[in-house]
Design a protein around this ligand. Structure first.
Ligand SMILES: C[S@@+](CC[C@H](N)C(=O)[O-])C[C@H]1O[C@@H](n2cnc3c(N)ncnc32)[C@H](O)[C@@H]1O
Length: 201
């Protein structure tokens, strides 16, 4: 009876460190596709709590990282998390819709979004807006979550949700002239994660 809580704590610690290790591996895989350079102009759409923005800031030391989110609550959380990089002028976090970005044409070298495409009512229209602000030769990387997580997102989110497959994203990028387009996948602790990567022509 006395030992049980200790064993539970130990199991909890092991579980947490396994989760952290899995998350670390997944983040390394995610950044592997966008090859962030110190001088890059980078945009993340739908950053949630802003952990990837924080990681990206470690590589982008001379350029700028911009985060765009439609949720005011997420903007607040990510702004707090990234206060240092923001006050150093290396990061900008704004509340906006991916369909209407307040940036000029050909502005960004790398654009990425993790687990966000499902909330876009018209995939091609939103990708078209992203296409507009990516420089020629720039990269877009759109990550799709494991199916088990999507079922959860579908249950708990309000508003539009479409269960896009990697092929739907490939078709949208093809229509807009991205070339080449590559689909990568990896096994995470929650299932298969896909990434569709396209190069702006
Ligand atoms: C499932 S969460 C993913 C958060 C984070 N990328 C992650 O993987 O942990 C989807 C996020 O996309 C944001 N989002 C949805 N539609 C958006 C849009 N049109 N423009 C910008 N952000 C959007 C939501 O507010 C939400 O924070």
């Amino acid at each position: 009876m006395i030992r049980k809580p200790r064993r539970m704590n130990l199991l909890k610690q092991i579980f947490q460190s396994q989760e952290q290790e899995a998350r670390r591996k997944l983040m390394a895989w995610i950044f592997g596709h966008i090859d962030l350079r110190p001088e890059d102009q980078v945009l993340e759409i739908g950053f949630g709590l802003g952990a990837l923005l924080q990681m990206a800031a470690k590589n982008v030391t001379q350029g700028k990282i911009v985060g765009v989110e439609i949720s005011a609550a997420m903007v607040k959380a990510a702004t707090e998390l990234n206060a240092k990089a923001i006050s150093a002028g290396r990061m900008e976090i704004i509340e906006a819709d991916a369909n209407n970005l307040p940036y000029e044409n050909d502005h960004f070298d790398k654009v990425f979004a993790l687990n966000v495409v499902y909330f876009w009512t018209n995939l091609t229209k939103t990708v078209n807006e992203l296409c507009r602000i990516i420089k020629p030769g720039g990269i877009i990387a759109l990550y799709l979550a494991p199916r088990i997580l999507l079922e959860d997102m579908k249950k708990y989110r309000f508003g539009h949700f479409a269960m896009h497959e990697p092929d739907d994203v490939v078709k949208a990028l093809q229509q807009l002239g991205f070339n080449p387009i590559v689909v990568e996948q990896t096994e995470s602790h929650k299932g298969t994660v896909h990434c569709v990567i396209g190069v702006q022509t």
